[in-house]
Ligand binder design. Structure first.
Ligand code: ADP
Ligand code: ADP
Ligand code: MG
Length: 667
């Protein structure tokens, strides 16, 4: 076994690998970019080396530098995690040249599976079923269209080099083919530097079922059953489970064996995932692609098989045999993984950046596991994936595991930036999800229930907000009194005693477009609160972030985070963000409603649709920014005329930078 390894990655997966290495008594070397100098993976490792500036090409993709660090520290092997260099055959080759073990498959196996088209040809030869379509070398537009016409619509155009859901276009009708092909090729060239595409029949109600395979250097290969990853947005996974509900033992063995054949066909070594698409209308399954690395969702497999797949990776890479034979592997219970992302479900899951001002994770146990790379106070930056953590739960049955998931999600508290926690909670509690009515259109289909319009704020929530503000006010008065020379002055009393006997506070909150007022009267150790037409007696004590409140005899606890002009209440995994304000000052602060448009996050301008002097309609696309691996269209907030365009195609913009100026049309 290795004595020391280097982990060429960041975030939760770097932490995950370090944990197993430590368990096995292996020393670890972390690497980091400037954005990650204080990151959790750097603190956990025995040694850490700086790579460079935050951009991946300047840091985590610096092959030569990473190999030099391995040499210098005496690391015998490199674990690439997922993403970054994990599926780069040139890096695997460079490791071999440098005499360092690459913890992953041989370069030839990575190369064989790197092109979806070539992989399909290989699989066909190994007798693995394929989705009907065309995956040959001929790339002539008319020829490809002919193939699609013959197969029938809807069709799916996919980039052969694709990944992360990019370069995929659905074609509904023959007339749309040429346009969608051009668009897929453009995206493929931009993202992967390769415009080769393949055509597949687009299945309208499929499930994504994938098989975890493992092979050693001695020629043995096994499958560790399947994961169902059908809950997706933008063709990307959000929630995974194992085993796949409703899959018969016979079909499980059939797909598992097909996956092992796939691995053997390319001389595979280590952890890999063979992805299948399962047609729920016909019960047919087809090979989709093979991911030649440890997958994000590997923990659900670990939970149901009682294995540590990183340990398996390390053992296999150091030349040992697979820890278990196929007949020693069993499924025990059911597991879910929910990916907690900094993203806004209400805005089509737009990635979010910002500081995690408050982070409280569910308590870990045999049932609950949290894999994360961040701590309270860390930042989710625009440079990398916006995943905050993976919440993994296990129990004897699917129903019980799902209850565990709901409970753990309610315990999760993240304040500082929008997350998908509330969305995940609704998903875990959704009737159709509980009934395992799964297909990749699940989120779209149940959109209105999973992402409901914001509910009006309740009197109860406003009462909690008022109690929090009053408690914070009292704490401030307390600090002032402690600092004062005259601590006994009646002015420092916080128990409501006032010279004029009229202890009345008016508190004002803004929430979205609405404004709310709460009038608080101090009465016998509690407050009488007037909220709209309601009156209630409220009492609260604030200890750190925890507010223990009693509202008309109902006792409850919530978390409270106050920063700058926002007050966030967290209750049962749901955040309510309020902005306390002083109406006397509000008039002075009111920003002038200008036509300036700013960048929602740092990124690159990929298209400018308008010129100075153009007349635009409200909602018209003005500019496209690319940031966090996604395109963001900047729309005109009102009708008017373009007064100025500040950036051109290809330019970098900082967050908050003014992009364009629109002069409002005269009413
Ligand atoms: P999975 O199918 O397991 O979700 P993906 O292929 O979507 O995996 O990507 C795995 C992880 O690697 C994701 O967190 C993704 O953001 C990240 N990733 C994908 N491509 C890259 C890349 N080129 N560079 C860095 N990270 C990447
Ligand atoms: P990536 O490399 O981005 O992971 P995949 O080929 O694995 O690309 O496809 C990603 C997702 O797109 C799948 O999980 C599935 O939801 C959807 N998808 C892929 N192929 C098809 C198809 N032929 N019909 C319907 N949906 C598909
Ligand atoms: Mg895939």
């Amino acid at each position: 076994m290795f004595k020391k390894i280097l982990i060429a990655n960041r975030g939760e997966i770097a932490c995950r690998v370090i944990q197993t290495a430590r368990k096995l008594g292996i020393k670890t070397v972390a690497v980091y970019s400037d954005a990650d100098a204080g990151a959790r993976h750097v603190k956990l490792a025995d040694e850490a080396f700086r790579l460079g500036p935050p951009a991946p090409r300047d840091s985590y993709l610096q092959t030569e530098l990473i190999l030099a660090i391995a040499k210098r520290t005496g690391a015998q092997a490199i674990h690439p995690g997922y993403g970054f260099l994990s599926e780069n055959e040139h890096f695997a080759e460079a490791c071999a040249q440098a005499g360092v073990v690459f913890i992953g498959p041989p370069p030839a196996a990575i190369a064989a599976m790197g092109s979806k088209s070539a992989a399909k040809t290989l699989m066909e030869g190994a007798g693995v079923p394929l989705v009907p379509g065309y995956h040959g070398n001929e790339q002539d537009a008319a020829f490809l269209q002919q193939q699609a016409d013959r197969m029938g619509y809807p069709a799916l155009i996919k980039a052969s080099a694709g990944g992360g859901g990019k370069g995929m276009k659905i074609v509904e009708r023959s007339e749309d083919f040429a346009g969608q092909l051009a668009s897929a090729k453009r995206e493929a060239t931009a993202s992967f530097g390769d415009d080769e595409v393949l055509i597949e029949k687009y299945l309208t109600k499929p499930r994504h079922i994938e098989i975890q395979v493992f092979a050693d250097t001695l020629g043995e290969a096994v499958y560790l059953f399947e994961r169902d990853c059908s809950v997706q947005r933008r063709h990307q996974k959000v929630l995974e489970e194992a085993p796949a509900p409703g899959l018969s033992a016979q079909l499980r063995a059939q797909i598992g064996e097909a996956a092992v054949r796939a691995a053997k066909a390319v001389g595979y070594v280590g952890a890999g995932t063979v992805e299948f698409i399962f047609d729920t209308l016909s019960d047919d399954f087809y090979f989709m692609e093979m991911n030649t690395r440890l997958q994000v969702e590997h923990p659900v497999t670990e939970m149901i098989t009682g294995t540590d797949l990183v340990e398996w990776q390390l053992r296999v890479a150091s030349g040992e045999a697979l820890p278990k034979r196929q007949d020693e592997l069993r499924i025990h219970g059911h597991a879910f993984e929910a990916r907690v992302y900094a993203e806004d479900p209400a805005r089509d899951f737009l990635p979010q950046i910002g500081r995690l001002t408050h982070l409280k994770q569910p308590a870990e146990s045999v049932h609950v596991r949290v894999d994360t790379g961040v701590s309270s106070g860390d930042e989710i930056s625009p440079w990398y994936d916006p995943m905050i953590a993976k919440l993994i739960v296990w129990d004897e049955s699917r129903e019980r595991a799902l209850d565990r998931l709901s409970a753990a999600l309610e315990e999760y508290e993240v304040v500082g930036l929008p997350t998908n926690l509330d969305f995940l909670g609704r998903l875990a509690g959704h009737r159709a999800f509980r009934a395992a009515e799964l297909d990749t259109g699940f989120i779209k289909h149940h959109h209105n229930e999973l992402i409901p319009a914001a509910a009006p704020i309740t009197a109860e929530t406003l009462a909690l907000a008022a109690l929090a503000e009053l408690a914070l006010l009292e704490a401030q008065v307390g600090i002032a009194r402690d600092r004062s020379n005259d601590a006994d002055s009646p002015w420092w009393h916080t128990d409501g005693w006032r010279l004029n006997q009229d202890n009345r506070h008016a508190l004002h909150f803004r929430c979205g477009e609405d404004e709310h007022a709460v009038i608080a009267h101090y009465q016998d150790d509690a407050y009488l609160l007037e909220i709209g037409g309601d009156r209630l007696v409220a009492h609260g004590t604030l200890d750190g972030h925890r507010l223990d409140a009693t509202l008309d005899g109902y006792r409850l606890a919530v978390s409270v985070v106050r920063q700058a002009d926002t007050l966030t209440l967290v209750h049962d995994g749901r955040n309510t963000v309020l902005h306390p304000f002083n109406p006397l000052l509000a008039g002075l602060e009111a920003a002038e409603a200008g036509g300036g448009l700013t960048a929602p996050m740092p990124g690159t301008v990929v298209a400018v649709h308008v010129r100075t002097g153009d007349t635009v309609e409200k909602g018209q696309p003005l500019m496209i920014l690319e940031a966090m691996k996604m395109e963001h269209t900047i729309l005109a907030p009102q009708a008017g005329q373009v007064a100025e365009v500040f950036f051109q195609k290809g330019e970098q913009v900082k967050e908050g930078a003014a992009l364009l100026e629109i002069a409002a049309a005269a009413a």
